[in-house]
Design a protein around this ligand. Structure first.
Ligand code: PEP
Ligand code: MG
Length: 933
């Protein structure tokens, strides 16, 4: 760049920097900012501006100003300095606050005190710093005493300022080592405790004025000794020290780790709010409280909250005194005999009640508000959209829709998919969970929560369940032999495996709580113990699992069940249905699961895994026959075994087709990863040998022969049908006969036959010929002209995605098997990723587990390409997804944008998919529009 251009652009930058507004005023019925300026003013600052200045609100907000988040960014980018204009701006705005309040900062006779608080774009509770009572100095103390006529109160405020300031500004922001190894705040706290003890006092409030005076002097001596400088007695120095400390706290350890967890970008920065102090601790006519415009735990529409007379906000949070209820609706067991705010201060309560109504109408959402009453005068300190649990979220969305406060598009956005999940399963009581640290973490494989005593074998789980006990089945990993125990247990915990491992797939299908890949577990099967670090858990000990988060807790945590509230849920889901365009199918393998999925709203089956019909209750016999088929050597042996299996297959397919009431049922031809089905126990191998009429040695030889080095890429899926056409033939016959029989009974049935693990169009041509021949044979035998059906394929191998144009020439539908597609695109084994995925996530190498949330960048690109190539060949190609991602909200949105016909997921995730599909329409518009990325 030529030098003149550089000069010009630097000049322009300087000029624009000059014009940047860094400080925004609020209070006295006006405000420079607005509620929608969160990026610049932070959440707190934006809402203070809205409350103070919006013409339809103009609420009593203590006047103040907000220093913008841009200053924070500047501060960190410029060696912790401020923009040049800031000093003059702050002085100017402080002047405005003085004018609005009638008090003067640093004035001996009529002093103004301020609070200095952080306020990021999205709330980071307790992660950054706050300093109160800034401006209190030797010079202003007498003025404050004269104004409040309360010397004790003023010295109490002063000792609070010294404690906060020395800790936040002088120690933390300066990056000093904690004083005496514990930090200055703790040291001062101990002095306060000592002062109480030496006089036999229980409460801070019992300290006299003289006690507090002595304490303040003692505090200041300690601070000077600890910091090597005196406690600042200049109000401006206090103010700038506090502002700098709040900006510094943006990069404090706590704040950084919170941002990592909540995925808040480092560049956002925090704003600083400087606000005139109001005091809820000025005596019996003063109070402070926190309230919600509706109950955040139940969704009840009444005003709800708690308060403390003669207290500051931090006292409510500290929990030293029991707060009273603000009204009768807010009474709890704890506060049943306390006076309500309505009773204690009727006028202030009435005003607050009116304000919260106006606020809710204005924001059209439930708000969380903080207020202070100073000498009977009400002040609003904060408002923000309130956090709520699942039940409350759904109830509020439906109530507000009825009240015409919000439209239906907004109502569906008001409930997050994880909140909806809380309504579908029992969960660990959130309060109990908050108070307990997990002993280990694994992958969140099956939803909800459960508690139970530990068992180590499937047989023990079955026996304990029969005896009416709640158990958690703990295994290294599971296989089909564990099925009965998995069914009997409340939850399953495995040390190995990933999100699409056997345990995860099966548990999710049942809606059962499950944590997999919990690498911290050292299981000793012989001793029946689990060792986690230095803790040893024995058989019979209690554990609690949170399968939605992957957390494992020692002991028995309370549970909370909201899954009964069906009317509320179904009403809400109907609203979702009226918006969404994606169809929602389910992955189900038994008539019972199919019927349940219908109740959850499934519009067909997207994946009926033939081999899973051998997992169900009482499926021992069928599983035995399947194994017989798998270890058969000759065509004759295999045909015999298939003939024995045939009635099981037909019955199961018929039941499922019937349960789906004419909706499409995608039956995926058998795809058993053989290693999962070869029996492990000697006893079972003996039985099998006997039934096949061969020696045990011969069977062992065959079983060994079946063991593959890489079974997931081995002889599975369509490859089995290519080698053994009789396997495809038997399945096709079961499907067509089941359908024909149903049609004859007057029941609608629509099978869609799906060929798995395809990589080349010729594989489909080969299999489709067998299917067509059997179709003809069954039609002939039943006297039918044809049986309506489709023949399609899974796209789960990258090659298949690339040649989708050719495959669509022979397949009538595609269903993306994103479990295998992810496995083969990443080259990560689905069964083994539990061992290393946590490291990838902890180190931030991957943002999400790609077996949980679709990797839109690469797997998504393959899908995008396959959808376009497939539809180029066959315009009306039906396209769905049946991998586990079909129930993941972000992946559902992706499928909507890619113009899929449907997503398919386990029955318990159907409601979540209905919600996610509706949200996708609200966020991205109709699929055609959304598809144009
Ligand atoms: C898939 O691969 O995504 C799939 C649904 O098939 P399976 O999980 O049975 O391999
Ligand atoms: Mg697959």
């Amino acid at each position: 760049m030529p030098t003149t251009a550089v000069k010009k652009s630097t000049k322009a930058a300087a000029k624009s920097a000059k014009n940047v507004k860094y400080v925004y005023f609020f209070g006295a019925g006006k405000a420079d900012g607005k509620g929608n300026m969160k990026e610049l003013l932070g959440g707190k600052g934006a809402n203070l501006a809205e409350m103070a200045g919006h013409p339809s609100l103009r609420l009593p907000v203590p006047p103040g100003f907000t220093i913008t988040t841009e200053v924070c960014t500047y501060y960190w980018a410029n060696k912790r300095t401020y923009p040049k204009t800031l000093k003059a701006d702050v002085e100017k705005y402080l002047g405005m606050v003085e004018k609005a309040t009638g008090h003067i900062f640093g004035d001996a006779a009529n002093p103004l005190l301020v609070s200095v608080r952080s306020g990021a774009r999205s709330s980071m509770p307790g992660m950054m710093e706050t300093i109160l009572n800034v401006g209190l100095t030797e010079k202003t103390i007498p003025g404050m005493i004269a104004a409040t006529k309360n010397e004790r109160f003023v010295y109490d405020a002063y000792r609070r300022l010294i404690m906060m300031y020395s800790d936040v500004v002088m120690e933390k922001a300066e990056n000093r080592e904690p004083y005496q190894g514990k930090g200055i705040r703790k040291v001062l706290d101990e002095q306060l405790e000592h002062a109480k003890h030496s006089k036999n006092l229980k409460d801070d409030t019992q300290l006299s004025t003289e006690d507090l005076k002595t304490l303040c002097a003692q505090f200041k001596n300690t601070v000077r000794e600890a910091m090597g400088v005196p406690f600042p007695d200049d109000p401006m120095e206090q103010l700038w020290g506090s502002v700098g400390a709040v900006f510094a706290s943006w990069n404090g350890k706590r704040a950084i780790s919170y941002r990592r967890i909540e995925k808040i970008p480092d560049e956002w920065g925090t704003a600083v709010n400087v606000q005139s102090m109001v005091f809820g601790n000025m005596g019996e006519a003063s109070a402070t409280g926190v309230a919600f415009t509706r109950n955040p735990g139940t969704g009840d529409e009444h005003f709800y909250g708690e308060y403390l007379i003669n207290a500051q906000g931090e006292d409510v949070v500290a929990g030293i005194r029991t707060p009273g209820p603000i009204n009768e609706w807010s009474r709890t067991e704890q506060s049943k005999s306390e006076r309500s705010l309505e009773q204690a201060m009727p006028a202030a309560y009435k005003e607050l009640l009116g304000i919260q109504k106006r606020l809710e109408k204005h924001y059209r959402d439930m708000l969380d508000i903080e207020f202070t009453i100073e000498n009977n005068r009400l002040w609003m300190l904060q408002c923000r959209v309130g956090k709520r649990n699942g039940i409350a979220a759904v109830k509020m969305a439906m109530d507000m829709l009825k009240e015409k406060l919000i439209a239906k598009e907004e109502a569906v956005l008001r409930v997050s998919p994880s909140q909806l999940d809380e309504l579908l399963h029992p969960i660990v009581d959130p309060k109990a969970e908050l108070a307990t640290k997990p002993v280990a973490k694994g992958l969140p494989a099956g939803p909800g929560g459960a508690n139970g005593t530990v068992v180590f074998t499937s047989a023990d789980a079955v026996a304990a369940a029969k005896a009416g006990k709640h158990v958690i089945l703990v295994r290294e990993e599971t296989n089909p032999e564990d099925i009965e125990g998995m069914r009997a247990a409340q939850a399953i915990l495995t040390a190995r495996g990933g999100m699409t491992s056997h345990a995860a797939l099966v548990a999710r299908g049942w809606g059962k709580c499950c944590v997999v890949g919990c690498g911290a577990l050292n299981i000793d099967l012989a001793k029946k113990t689990i060792t986690i670090g230095d803790k040893v858990i024995k058989e019979g000990d209690w554990l609690t699992l949170n399968g939605s988060k992957g957390n494992v807790y020692l002991g028995k945590l309370d549970m909370f069940d909201a899954s009964e509230n069906n009317d509320l849920l179904s009403g809400f889901l109907k609203v979702c249905d009226s918006i969404r365009s994606l169809k929602i199918r389910t992955n189900a393998d038994t008539p019972e699961d199919s019927a349940r999925a219908r109740r959850f709203g499934a519009e067909g089956i997207g994946l009926f895994r033939v081999e899973h019909m051998f997992y169900g209750k009482g499926s021992d016999e069928a599983l035995f026959k399947l194994r017989k088929m798998i270890v058969s050597k000759t065509v004759e042996e295999r045909r015999n075994a298939l003939n024995e299996l045939f009635p099981h297959m037909k019955e199961s397919i018929k039941g499922t087709l019937k349960a789906m009431e004419g909706y499409g049922v995608t039956i995926r031809l058998i795809d058993p990863p053989l290693h999962e089905f070869v029996p492990h126990s000697e006893e079972k191998l003996h039985d099998l040998a006997k039934s096949l009429n061969i020696s045990f040695e011969e069977l062992e030889k065959r079983a060994t022969g079946l063991r593959e080095n890489n079974p997931m890429m081995g002889h599975r899926g369509v490859r089995l049908g290519v080698t053994y056409p009789e396997i495809t033939e038997t399945q096709a016959r079961a499907i067509f006969e089941a359908t024909a029989e149903l049609l004859a009974e007057g029941v609608k049935a629509m099978p869609e036959i799906m060929i798995p693990v395809v990589c080349h169009e010729n594989e489909i041509i080969d299999q489709a010929a067998i299917i067509a021949r059997v179709h003809e044979e069954v039609c002939k035998a039943k006297g039918l002209r044809k049986i309506n059906h489709l023949v399609g394929t899974m796209i789960e191998i990258p090659r298949a995605a690339l040649v989708a144009n050719k495959i669509a020439g022979v397949a009538q539908f595609f269903s993306f098997g994103t479990n295998d597609l992810t496995q083969m695109t990443f080259g990560f084994s689905r069964d083994d990723i539990g061992g290393f995925m946590p490291d990838y996530l902890n180190k931030g190498i991957l943002k999400n587990d790609p077996f949980q949330t679709l990797d839109q960048e690469a797997v998504g690109e393959l899908i995008h390409l396959a959808v376009n190539r497939g539809r180029n060949t066959r315009e009306d190609l039906k396209i769905g997804i049946c991998g586990e991602h079909g129930g993941d909200p972000a992946s559902v949105e992706f499928c909507h944008r890619e113009n899929f016909s449907y997503v398919s997921c386990s029955p318990f995730r159907v409601p979540i998919a209905r919600l996610a599909a509706a949200q996708a329409v609200v966020k991205y518009g109709s699929p055609k529009k959304a598809g144009k990325k």
